[in-house]
Design a protein. Structure first.
Length: 273
């Protein structure tokens, strides 16, 4: 609780968390604020913002409500960012803990796998996986996680290697505890600080990659996403810029808010030290 308050006391943390809370609330309340199918044609195409009180942000070239798509698209983009973060931190934390604590052959094999994954840019790897597996939400989550776990794994490995020679670890060994029980039950909890500091970076990268994949047409066509809305607006950018500006600003604001929260976390950590 004190750590959360410390982050909120920084200007970056307060602004970033405030914006994120509003966006998450809007996403969760999307069925209430904008009921109905976000992909349904509900009016005349390319209505300008405020031209019709039913469509405050106008309609796209198919006659779909931009505001409804924006709110429902937040569920996809923010949800993907959170899910990829959780999966990448769990997988990277587990790999880094095993490699750092056991060392030897286990460390060598796991880190060489991480090296192999890191030789391919994360977005290119995601592009290849989604192209093969198909444009579905599970495939996108798998693809983005596949390129995001290596950073957390290396951070946790370094922390675990520094902690494994501490007296409390030696005491656990003398008590006969299993090595993995010591690693995950005693060492990993003390390495969570640097791991959690990577969370905003992973979330921001996942949201940008998800928007890029859906922009390229590699998202689920039955799910409203900001990337797909931006792609839809390319053809009418000059005549109806509102179609592309709204989702584009949403992606930028979401990534900026996550980045500010990350800055707030770093400042709070620096003050504690």
């Amino acid at each position: 609780m004190r750590d959360v308050l410390a982050v909120l006391r920084t200007p970056e943390g307060a602004i970033g968390s405030g914006v994120l809370i509003l966006m998450v609330a809007a996403a969760l309340l999307a069925p209430v604020l904008a009921p109905g199918d976000p992909l349904a044609i509900v009016g005349r195409p390319l209505r300008l913002p405020l031209a019709d009180p039913r469509f405050p942000l106008g309609t796209d070239r198919l006659g779909r409500d931009v505001l409804t798509g924006l709110l429902h698209g937040a569920r996809s983009t923010l949800g993907t960012g959170a899910a990829v973060m959780a999966a990448a931190l769990l997988l990277g934390g587990a790999v880094g803990t095993i490699a750092g604590y056991l060392g030897g052959a286990a460390d060598e094999v796991l880190m060489r796998i991480a090296d192999a994954v890191q030789t391919v840019p994360g977005f290119v790897l995601a592009l290849a996986i989604v192209s093969v597996a198909g444009p579905t939400q599970p495939a996108i989550l798998l693809a983005l996680t596949a390129g995001a776990w290596t950073g957390p794994a290396r951070v946790v490995r370094a922390e675990v290697m520094a902690l494994r020679s501490r007296p409390f670890v030696d005491a656990s060994r003398l008590l006969g505890r299993h090595p993995l029980a010591i690693a995950f039950g005693g060492v990993l909890p003390n390495a969570l600080g640097p791991l959690l500091a990577l969370a905003p970076i992973v979330v921001a990268g996942a949201m940008l990659s998800e928007a890029a994949l859906t922009f390229l047409g590699l998202g689920d066509p039955n799910v409203a996403t900001w990337g797909a809305m931006i792609a839809e607006g390319r053809a009418v950018l000059r005549t109806a810029p509102h179609v592309i500006v709204a989702p584009g600003l949403a992606v930028a604001v979401a990534v900026l808010a996550v980045s500010l929260l990350g800055e707030g976390m770093q400042r709070a950590a620096a003050r504690r030290t």
